[in-house]
Every structure is written in C-alpha cells, then in structure tokens.
Design a protein around this ligand. Structure first.
Ligand code: RB5
Length: 144
C-alpha cells in the first residue's frame, strides 16, 4: 500500500481534509502531519514535518498545502532529497511527475479553487516518472 504524508497550515486546512478524503478512497495509507484546525500556525513547521516523512522513507510521497502553496513548498524543498512542486494546473502536475519525479506536491488553497486543486492532485497522483533523459537531471538535483 502506498503511504502518502500530508500537511498544511491554517490556510490549507480545509483543502488538506478534502485531499485526505480522496486518498482514503484510493486505499492509500495517509500519514497526517497536521495541522488539525484553521487556528493560525507556522507553515515551515508542517512543511518540514511532511518532507522529513518522505525523505526518511516513512512515506512514499507527500502533499502540502498553505494559502499560496509558496511558503510550505519552500520549507519542504529545504529537506535533502525532496523535490516539491507547487502546481497551479494539471499540466504542471503531470510535468512535475514525468520530468522531475516530484516526490511532493504543493497546493495553494487561497490561489487555486478546490475543483482545480483536486484535479491537479488526481493528475499528480496518477502520473509516473518517465525516467530516461530526465533521470540524470533529477540525480543532479539530489546531489545539491
Ligand atoms: C498564512 O497567512 C499564509 O502566509 C500562508 O498560508 C502561505 O500563503 C505562505 O506562503
């Protein structure tokens, strides 16, 4: 069973709950790293927590949400081994998997409407890495 870690700040809480519902329906093992309400919290804490689950191998992939998706994606990308893609379209989600083997997805709950966000999530979840010429570049990223 694939294990996916999810996390958010207060701005991303409602979308994170929707994401958890979708992943449950796919029989994915969801590891919820919080936050657990709309009470104000600091996104670096949650981005780091989720990224560390992925980097350590406790989770296969991760999904993070904040208001814009920017802060929490920056936090996740500070953790070695993480390739977190902030996506605002299905095309970006598809490319982030096919070309960059993004092991984390970031979404902005205040900048992307919920239907689009869920479609981005579904595309990202279902798209595989193409490997080939992209592998060398991903390896270069991981060496940084
Ligand atoms: C919180 O108000 C907001 O700054 C945060 O959710 C996010 O957008 C940061 O990048």
């Amino acid at each position: 069973m694939e294990r996916i870690a999810i996390a958010c700040d207060h701005g991303g809480y409602e979308l994170k709950e929707m994401i958890a519902g979708f992943l449950d329906s796919q029989e994915v093992g969801v590891i919820d790293c919080g936050t657990d309400s709309t009470e104000s919290v600091d996104y670096p804490i949650y981005g780091k927590k989720c990224a560390e689950m992925v980097a350590s191998g406790e989770a296969d992939r991760g999904i993070v949400v904040c208001g814009s998706g920017i802060g929490i994606s920056i936090a996740a990308n500070k953790v070695k081994g993480i390739r977190c893609a902030l996506c605002t379209s299905e095309e970006m989600a598809e490319l982030s998997r096919k070309h960059n083997n993004a092991n984390m997805l970031a979404l902005g709950a205040r900048t992307t409407d919920p239907v689009t966000a869920m479609n981005i999530l579904i595309k990202w979840y279902n798209t595989e890495f193409e490997g080939g010429r992209h592998q060398r570049r991903v390896d270069m990223l991981d060496e940084m």
